[in-house]
Design a binder for this molecule. Structure first.
Ligand code: URA
Length: 260
């Protein structure tokens, strides 16, 4: 698509030569501490409870353990359950459910909103125009679909007319995402857009306000950024998304360094 050059800030070096530590874009704050092993107790990298509002690490909102009987399922059974799911009305108009794709032992998990028409047709997430942009976003930080990267969605069935998933649809589908996370055990999750962030963090999220902060899903750090489809309509925010990805990359680097 020729979008790749847009993923370099003016005057920036090629992505392979990015500075080792990229500061969080906003607020300007010291780099957050990260766990010293994998997995590590969240408390290891949480600020004190009375930390200032500018603290970049945000406590997770407790949530009930997902109900149902997914806990013991492996990948094949889980994907079969997703494909046969009728837990919400989205099943009625889908061509097929879209479980997710990629490296099942990835350090990186990217979570989108839900399948669109192309994904509904092909059964794979992010294969349309937004997917091509996502691939460029991954490439901008040295990542590639399927290689140490897993891509999933907050809902596994296409919402009609690509509307935003409803809260009850996100909730009905969440146990599948939770089981995928438990199986993958990623080091870092990147939430692409508001519905993905809300599903993961169990709280209202405004992307503009959440950028540059480190959230957590259980013990796993979560970085929030704009959804690629939003970026296709709002080109000016691509530079912010690139900053978010650099923040994610720097966070991953610290996580790996602290784990050795
Ligand atoms: N948008 C998403 O959020 N997910 C997809 O799989 C495709 C487009």
């Amino acid at each position: 698509m020729g979008l790749a050059p847009l993923w370099r800030l003016r005057g920036a070096e090629p992505v392979d030569d990015l500075p080792a530590e990229v500061p969080a874009p906003e607020p300007v704050a010291p780099a957050p501490a990260v766990p010293t092993s994998r997995p590590a107790p969240l408390a290891d990298f949480m600020p004190p409870p009375v930390a200032s509002a500018a603290a970049p690490v945000v406590a997770p909102v407790p949530r009930p353990v997902p109900s149902g009987d997914l806990a013991g399922l492996g990948w094949e059974e889980l994907e079969a359950r997703i494909r046969a799911c009728d837990a919400c009305a989205l099943c009625k108009r889908r061509k097929q459910a879209v479980p997710g794709v990629g490296d099942r032992q990835a350090d990186w998990l990217f979570v989108g909103e839900g399948p669109g028409a192309d994904e509904d047709e092909r059964g794979e997430p992010f294969v349309g125009q937004a997917g091509r942009l996502l691939d460029n976003m991954l490439a901008s930080i040295g990542l590639r679909r399927g290689s140490d990267v897993y891509i999933g969605n907050a809902v596994k069935c296409r919402p009609p007319n690509n509307r935003t998933p409803e809260t009850d649809e996100l909730a009905a589908c969440f146990p599948y995402l939770a089981r995928q996370i438990a199986l993958i055990q990623p080091r870092l999750i990147v939430a692409l857009g508001r519905p993905a962030a809300q599903a993961l963090l169990n709280q209202e999220v405004r992307i503009a306000a959440a950028r540059g902060k480190l959230f957590a899903y259980g013990e796993i750090p979560v970085v929030v950024t704009y959804h690629p489809a939003y970026l296709l309509r709002n080109l000016a925010d691509k530079a912010k998304a690139w900053e978010d990805l650099c923040f994610a990359r720097a966070t991953m680097k610290r996580l790996k360094a602290d784990a050795v």
